[in-house]
Design a protein around this ligand. Structure first.
Ligand code: ZN
Length: 115
């Protein structure tokens, strides 16, 4: 995929009739240990319903949707941003993650900083 094709694809997501959660906070609560991962949509796109708990590895389920940032709490993560990668970041992602992005999926900004 070329940069031009990728840009075109991103534009399609911007214009698509899909849920636009920009500015919205989501909380994922772990089934096992109760740890909450706080996230914020910075781009328009698709996010998973279930993620892996960073503390215990069990399933963490999307249960909270809010327009206000979560209060600081020892059992709540700092806010992680959902973003659409740039083309330069996209080409470095794993094939599975690239497929997710091409289906309108968003990824965590902090993970993009590590590639
Ligand atoms: Zn957990």
């Amino acid at each position: 995929m070329t940069k031009e094709e990728y840009k075109k694809k991103c534009l399609e997501f911007e214009e698509a009739k899909m849920y636009d959660g920009r500015g919205e906070y989501n909380g994922y609560i772990c089934q096992k240990c109760g740890y909450t991962v706080a996230t914020l949509y910075k781009d328009k796109g698709v996010t998973p319903f279930i993620i892996k708990c960073p503390k215990c590895g069990e399933e963490s389920i999307h249960r909270i949707t809010s327009r206000t940032a979560p209060p600081e709490h020892p059992k709540t993560s700092k806010v992680k941003n959902w973003v659409r990668p740039t083309f330069e970041q996209f080409v470095k992602l794993s094939p599975a993650t690239q497929e997710h992005v091409l289906n309108g999926g968003l990824v965590w900004e902090e993970e993009l900083c590590q590639i």
